[in-house]
Design a protein around this ligand. Structure first.
Ligand code: TXA
Ligand code: MG
Length: 339
């Protein structure tokens, strides 16, 4: 398939990709979290094609993106009070909420679940594309299943060239990790995936929020999960990654003691010059925002470096750090050492 490439800065680009979407096509679009692979959420065939293009298992549901609260009526059965409070504070933005699904949303989109995930992105290009199509857009991250989520146009081209109708450049994603997901499908609100909107902020706004144990821990074989995406290893780097929980000093000492051919350190900016192995940095030790912004790009660089074994310095597990930790521990296949 021929993949058309657009730059959102060029006149007519947004209108052109909106037309492709209206005609049932697939387009990778920028959002502030990561790029998404979009299709008309009401179009069964187009949504089925998303799964094919990504190589995504059919039981892993898609997020539906909107550009105004008016669109919600056709997507969800009800808009719970607590979800309303969060929408007031964090929409548009990097927050996804799971609610009871309307019948208009086809089963392929929600992978046969009675609920649907909804997000109102803040990225101006994403919003313009949704507005121009006049349709809610189903969009998972625009990576091939199993590789890190794409935070730039180049990442999308790398993964999806020849597999989708178009890719539109909207610059690098500023948040860098996928949206926070909270579910209102059960009795109590549950955090399913940590992101830029933190657990602390959610609790401040609506009170009690449970945390799915899959956020920090490995699932048991065959365990039933609230969010199917949690089952998959997700970001499976080619190298064997170990997450190291330690102070900077202990981390540097440990890595230097294990310095060998093919060993890489995935470290904070401040640590690189003190390490005697190859390094890839993912932001300052003191900025969880920077760490989130760069983590997926860093994992892609490591994949291309030919690294055999990677010691990743663990971020803290509070604030946005929890989101970064959640992605890294999956990349490490839950291989953690604590010094
Ligand atoms: O930031 C983001 O959320 C990006 C951008 C493109 O918006 N999208 C994204 O989509 O990360 P995806 O498909 O890569 O991750 C969506 C996650 C999956 O783990 C999926 O299992 C879960 O959301 N999910 C979607 N609908 C759900 C539902 N009804 N119930 C439980 N989990 C759901
Ligand atoms: Mg994804």
């Amino acid at each position: 398939m021929e993949t058309l490439l657009f730059d959102s800065k060029n006149e007519g680009a947004v209108e052109a990709v909106a037309n492709i979407l209206k005609n049932g096509g697939l387009v990778a679009i920028p959002t502030e979290t990561v790029y998404g692979l979009a299709a008309n959420a009401f179009d069964e065939k187009a949504c089925a094609n998303i799964f094919k293009a990504k190589g995504r298992p059919g039981d892993n549901p898609l997020i539906v993106h909107i550009s105004s609260l008016n669109m919600l009526g056709d997507i969800v059965e009800e808009f719970p009070e607590k979800a309303r409070l969060l929408a007031e504070k964090f929409w548009p933005g990097p927050l996804t909420m799971i609610m009871k699904k309307s019948e208009k949303i086809p089963n392929v989109t929600s992978a046969n679940l009675p609920s649907v995930a909804v997000r109102f992105p803040a990225h101006p290009v994403a919003r313009r594309i949704i507005e121009e199509t006049g349709l809610p857009l189903a969009a998972p991250s625009a990576n091939l299943s199993g590789s890190p989520s794409p935070t730039s146009f180049e990442h999308c081209v790398h993964d999806l060239m020849g597999r989708v109708d178009a890719i539109i450049d909207g610059g690098p994603s500023s948040v860098g990790v996928e949206s926070t997901i909270i579910s209102f499908a059960g009795e109590k609100p549950v955090l399913l995936r940590p992101g830029y909107v933190t657990l602390e902020q959610l609790r401040e706004t609506i009170g009690e929020v449970e945390v799915s144990h899959a956020v920090l821990e490995k699932l048991e074989e065959g365990e039933k999960v609230l969010s199917p995406g949690m089952k998959y290893k997700h970001y499976a780097p080619k190298a064997q990654v170990t997450l190291v929980k330690a102070s900077s000093e202990d981390y540097i000492k440990y890595v230097n003691e294990h310095a060998e051919e093919g060993i890489f350190a995935l470290c904070f900016d401040e640590e690189a010059k003190k390490l005697s192995v190859s390094t890839v940095c993912y932001g300052s030790e003191f900025s969880d925002e920077e760490q989130a912004e760069h983590i997926f790009e860093a994992l892609r660089i490591i994949d291309e470096s030919g690294a055999k074994k990677v010691f990743a310095h663990s971020p803290k597990v509070t604030g946005i750090g929890l989101a970064v930790y959640n992605r890294l521990i999956r990349a490490a296949g839950f291989d953690v050492i604590e010094l």
